[in-house]
Design a protein around this ligand. Structure first.
Ligand SMILES: [Zn+2]
Length: 350
């Protein structure tokens, strides 16, 4: 598969990551999460690779993205160690912590992630197959979140990664509006418009994602007030963005039931992103204080090269401690120039 995952880090003081209303976190009873206090380098040299243990380039790339995020590793370092050996072997966060520590101690260029792989297999996560980065990210994140036994740490993890949106449906005959708040781990962005036109920039893709849609004819919805199916306006409003924001570009489409094709063209990618410059007032459902934090710097890109059915993933990640860009390609890694999006774009153009 050929999804492309990119992560962004909030550049302003991440005060909005605690006490966020609506997350059900019992805001006032929790101590603030000290995300902005932690600044631990991965290793003095900045990076250690992960050996490919069989079609594991996607897993390796995602693990590097987790481990290079010091906000995430701060949470990982605080987990309770399971008491029994059997529990330790099955605990994804604990096995990730062990791998992280092994990478930090290692004098080698790379380490083997077998114990974590066995743990993931024990948790019914299929390895040794081609993965889609966004799907695997969701599976991994859910395993981590569900297995962190300390509620406060689990809450911090949610706050670090969870996007909050409001879905709405407005009846075009009586203006009655139905709303539903929901949480997402990634924003799945289109690379084509509804009429299959190519989108040229990430900003255009975000605007397209938040654009409302007219539901008419066969797509009409039941209005509670009119008590019949009516034409509706359907859309989403952005409510809250996390410190670590994950965007996912849908670069594959289904031509026939069994034929997935990759969409390959260049889509320009900014280094910094300000949602206030991209979305309209109507596309946001937040106060000015929340929106002031909606400014991001590109942190990581998990890029796929190859076709929809086969290929290779590598990760470009900006270290939060030395601010250099690294390219992780399984067991090898290197420092790359300050503009990894150029590398990314060259992978895309076929
Ligand atoms: Zn109505």
């Amino acid at each position: 598969m050929s999804g492309l995952l990119c992560q962004w880090q909030g550049i302003l003081s991440p005060t909005h990551i605690y006490g966020v209303p609506g997350l059900g976190l019992g805001e006032s009873s929790h101590s603030p999460c000290p995300f902005n206090l932690i600044s631990l380098p991965l290793v003095p040299t900045g990076a250690v690779g992960l050996y490919n243990i069989g079609l594991s380039c996607c897993l390796n790339s995602l693990l590097q993205v987790f481990f290079m995020n010091t906000h995430f590793t701060m949470i990982l370092r605080r987990i309770r160690v399971p008491k029994l050996h059997a529990e330790q072997r099955r605990s994804v966060p604990y096995q990730m912590l062990l791998l992280l520590e092994e990478m930090q101690r290692s004098k080698e260029n790379a380490v083997h992630p077998q114990k974590l792989a066995r743990c993931l297999t024990a948790n019914n996560l299929k390895l040794f197959i081609q993965h889609d980065a966004a799907q695997l990210f969701l599976l991994l994140w859910n395993l981590i979140k569900n297995q962190i036994t300390d509620c406060q740490l689990a809450d911090w993890l949610s706050m670090l990664y969870t996007i909050q949106i409001q879905e709405y449906l407005v009846c075009q005959e009586c203006s009655f509006e139905t709303r539903r708040n929901s949480k997402m781990l990634t924003l799945p962005l289109p690379v084509l418009t509804h009429n299959s036109r190519q989108l040229n920039t990430l900003e255009d893709s975000l605007r397209c994602f938040f654009q409302s849609e007219q539901l008419t004819d066969n797509n009409m919805c039941l209005c509670e007030k009119c008590e019949k199916k009516t034409p509706c306006l359907q859309g989403m409003r952005l409510m809250c963005l996390p410190q670590t924001l994950t965007l996912h570009l849908n670069r594959f489409y289904f031509r026939k039931p069994n034929l997935t094709q990759k969409i390959s063209f260049s889509l320009s990618f900014p280094q910094s992103l300000d949602f206030n410059q991209i979305l309209t007032q109507e596309q946001c459902h937040s106060d000015a204080k929340e929106k002031a934090d909606w400014q991001y710097e590109l942190f990581a890109v998990v890029a796929h090269s190859g076709s929809a059915s086969s290929g290779h993933y590598c990760a470009y990640i900006r270290s939060l401690t030395d601010c250099k860009w690294y390219c992780f390609n399984d067991s090898s890694w290197c420092v790359v120039d300050s503009c990894p999006t150029l590398h990314w774009a060259s992978l895309e153009v076929k």
